[in-house]
Ligand binder design. Structure first.
Ligand code: NCD
Ligand code: ZN
Length: 356
């Protein structure tokens, strides 16, 4: 039985770090696990320009624990009025790594998102020309579409035509949740389409949201799906296929804002991300494929070198804490809080929150 596994230091290709006191608390957890992360731009005031992304990057770097080996890769939030020139300069100056498209209304802080692809066509033309990846929240926002069908409908209504109209645009379909998405990405032969997968979508199906009562801490968007979808995600994640890679979608919300009459979508999995992925890969008998998924496929898609450093996971049962206190008050309930995981990260104890 494998008792220890060493990987090149992984990266997180989809992460919400928030800002202010929340950033101060959650950042150390991601920095303990990952060398780099694609940082989502959906702050309360979204990161819509290169100048805002540069300032946000400075706040993140200033909040890093001393000695941390972590590089934030910034994204810009596309809106109907995004300037192609600003995006192009930001990408060429190395401030921006990618641009994020939220269909308006699809998820947390997406109300400033794009109302139709036609509105951002000139921006997408520019991105295609300069090789800047487009990151997609792939869900239909048509209120008539069932919440469990939104990803599959988005693929046919928006993604397929988008790939046809922008034949060289690099696209990441983020946090995929369905067999349809896995099959769609696998069927693409162009090499410019990839997908990220979260730990929660590998570990749970939608029953988990309703087991013994409603479980707000398992509510995220896109929402967990049926078992057949979870199994399809496990197959592609553990297949070694370079088009699938790690993206936690760790999305912290205060416990009080999740345990309420209208709870926020988002799961805070940063403290347990690698340990959860490792558990899922072991269950599939695919520990030998974990490094490709976590540490190699993402950099390859983004045209970056893999990290030089390494991390070691050890077989050691540990109980995930129920709460992470924020220095500024309030608490976060981490993914799997209160349950046990069979894998622990060596030399990266779950860090204490840093004082703001
Ligand atoms: C994210 C958030 O809270 O910012 N929530 C989520 O459920 N994943 C937004 C997102 O990625 O959709
Ligand atoms: Zn997200």
């Amino acid at each position: 039985m494998t008792t220890r596994i060493t990987l090149r230091r992984p990266d997180d290709w989809h992460l919400h770090l928030r800002d202010g006191a929340m950033l101060q608390t959650v950042l150390s957890y991601s920095a303990a696990q990952f060398g780099r992360a694609i940082v989502m731009p959906n702050l309360k005031t979204p990161v819509t320009t290169t100048a805002l992304a540069r300032a946000y990057r400075e706040r993140i770097v200033a909040a890093l624990p001393p000695g941390a080996d972590f590089v934030p890769l910034m994204t810009v939030y596309l809106c109907d009025g995004t300037s192609a020139d600003d995006l192009c300069r930001g990408f060429e100056d190395g401030v921006l790594t990618a641009a994020k498209l939220y269909p308006a209304g699809a998820t947390t802080h997406s109300e400033h998102g794009v109302t139709s692809i036609a509105k951002v066509a000139p921006v997408l033309e520019t991105m295609q020309a300069i090789g800047m990846p487009l990151l997609l929240h792939g869900e239909s926002t048509d209120p008539a579409v069932d919440v469990f069908d939104r990803e599959a409908v988005f693929i046919e209504s928006t993604l397929r035509p988008l790939l046809r109209d922008f034949p060289a645009l690099k696209v990441v379909l983020e946090h995929i949740t369905t067999e349809e998405a896995a099959d769609f990405v696998r069927a693409d032969a162009s090499g410019r389409l990839a997908a990220t997968i979260t730990p929660q979508h590998l570990m749970f199906n939608r029953n988990a949201i309703f087991t013994g009562g409603i479980r707000p801490h398992l509510y995220c968007l896109p929402v967990l799906k049926r078992e057949r979808h979870r199994l399809a995600l496990r197959r592609v994640a553990t297949s070694g296929d370079a088009r699938f890679f790690l993206g936690t979608d760790s999305a912290p919300h205060l416990r009080t804002l999740k345990e309420t009459g209208c709870g926020c979508a988002g799961i805070f999995n940063a403290p347990v991300a690698l340990q959860s992925y490792c558990t899922a890969f072991e269950e599939e008998g695919a520990l030998d494929k974990l490094e490709a998924f976590a540490s190699l496929n993402g950099p390859r898609f983004y045209g970056l070198a893999p990290n030089e450093a390494s991390v070691t996971l050890e077989r050691s049962s540990w109980e995930v804490p129920q709460d992470v206190e924020l220095a500024a008050g309030g608490a976060l309930h981490p993914f799997l809080g209160g349950s046990r995981l069979p894998w622990a990260l060596r030399d990266a104890p779950v860090p204490e929150p840093v004082a703001a």
